[in-house]
Write a protein that binds this ligand. Structure first.
Ligand SMILES: C[S@@+](CC[C@H](N)C(=O)[O-])C[C@H]1O[C@@H](n2cnc3c(N)ncnc32)[C@H](O)[C@@H]1O
Length: 344
């Protein structure tokens, strides 16, 4: 079978060819070798799986040769089905992330105590208009940044120590939570006396709730209450929230990709953000050129509302919106923490 230096990419002709009638085991092992795994988003993104890579030229035709063969030399129907399924999966992976099947992904998030916490998130197979079914790079970066925000933002101090509102626990809201990485990470690292409500569009919320349930063991360790629900930015809440219903902290990762989003987001923040001294909004989003006008509009509208940047910066992450050659796609992202300007 194949044995190769992992640093030397194989040529497709080095793989078992169909005319040689390879065994089912050899075919399945080879098809496994051709699997494209989702990236981890880690900044050491190049922690690509150590396996002999295969040069992309000819791989599609190679996979199709198995799908179109009757595989008559294999012993059982089960084996034939397994080969056809694996070859079809490898072809689908080569059609890009949108064609990938449902998957579970594991994310590691640092806690303020220096521990690494592990969250598992289910990502259903993608459809073009359901962007919340996948985890995006800025949510990974923001989730990993949360522990430093906990240290640098007075808002995130446990309420018992925060004299400005001793009577109630910190209420956090995530907008456009998608698969829930940011909000669930917040719940996993925040100590007690906090709650977080993860929200998104109706079609996204069932998977969001599923992901909260998947991580229940980790979440019960901190005691932070996690709820999920629909919150559509384009629909003003009726009736308007009372002061007690407003949130001390609003989180949003990658929420800006339509000309309507800046206005909708700022309206939503207007309704839901507490006017208290320490209230904060935290954003992280990719610096996509196409959405520069939306980012400028967002800044302008937040300023008009009376919010100002407390802290901001840029960082690079690695997305998995990738093609078959396995190269990492570096994405520059902007993070920002906003507070009421007259109270800063
Ligand atoms: C690019 S995804 C980011 C998801 C997640 N925050 C992440 O970074 O992995 C944008 C999210 O915004 C949500 N969204 C878009 N328009 C929305 C709206 N009008 N109201 C609420 N959520 C919306 C989408 O459903 C999607 O989950």
């Amino acid at each position: 079978m194949i044995s190769a230096d992992p640093d030397e990419p194989l040529h497709v002709l080095d793989l078992p060819q169909i005319h040689t009638k390879p065994s089912g085991t050899d075919i399945l092992r080879t098809l496994d070798l051709l699997a494209i795994k989702p990236r981890s988003f880690s900044s050491s993104a190049h922690e690509a799986v150590k396996r002999p890579a295969v040069q992309p030229a000819g791989v599609t035709r190679y996979l199709t040769s198995f799908i179109s063969s009757s595989l008559s030399w294999l012993d059982t129907d089960e084996l034939r089905e397994a080969v056809w399924d694996a070859a079809a999966a490898r072809l689908s992976e080569r059609s890009g992330r949108t064609a990938m099947p449902a998957m579970s992904r594991v994310f590691t998030i640092p806690s303020p105590l220096g521990e690494e916490l592990t969250l598992t998130l289910h990502e259903p197979s993608l459809t073009a208009d359901n962007l919340g079914m996948k985890t995006w790079v800025s949510s990974y970066l923001l989730a990993r940044r949360l522990h430093t925000l906990l240290e640098s933002t007075p808002q995130l101090i446990p309420p018992a120590l925060n004299t400005s509102k001793p009577d109630r626990s910190l209420r956090a809201l995530e907008l456009g939570a998608g698969t829930g990485l940011v909000g669930l990470s917040f719940a996993a690292i925040k100590d007690t006396s906090a709650s977080i409500h993860l929200t998104d569009l109706p079609e996204i919320v069932p998977n969001l709730s599923h992901n909260a349930a998947l991580n229940v063991e980790l979440l019960t360790k901190t005691g932070t209450a996690v709820t999920t629900g629909v919150l559509d930015w384009s629909v003003p809440p009726a009736p308007l929230p009372t002061q007690a219903e407003q949130y001390d902290l609003i989180l949003a990762a990658d929420p800006l990709y339509s000309p309507k989003h800046p206005a909708w987001l700022v309206d939503t923040i207007t309704h839901w953000l507490s006017r208290s001294l320490d209230a904060r909004v935290v954003f992280e989003m990719p610096l996509r050129d196409a959405y520069l006008p939306q980012r400028q509009e967002l800044r302008q509208r937040l300023g008009q509302l009376g919010l100002a940047v407390v802290e901001e910066g840029e960082e690079t992450g690695y997305d998995d919106w990738e093609t078959a050659d396995g190269g990492a796609l570096a994405v520059r992202c902007w993070w920002s923490v906003w507070g009421w300007s007259e109270k800063l």
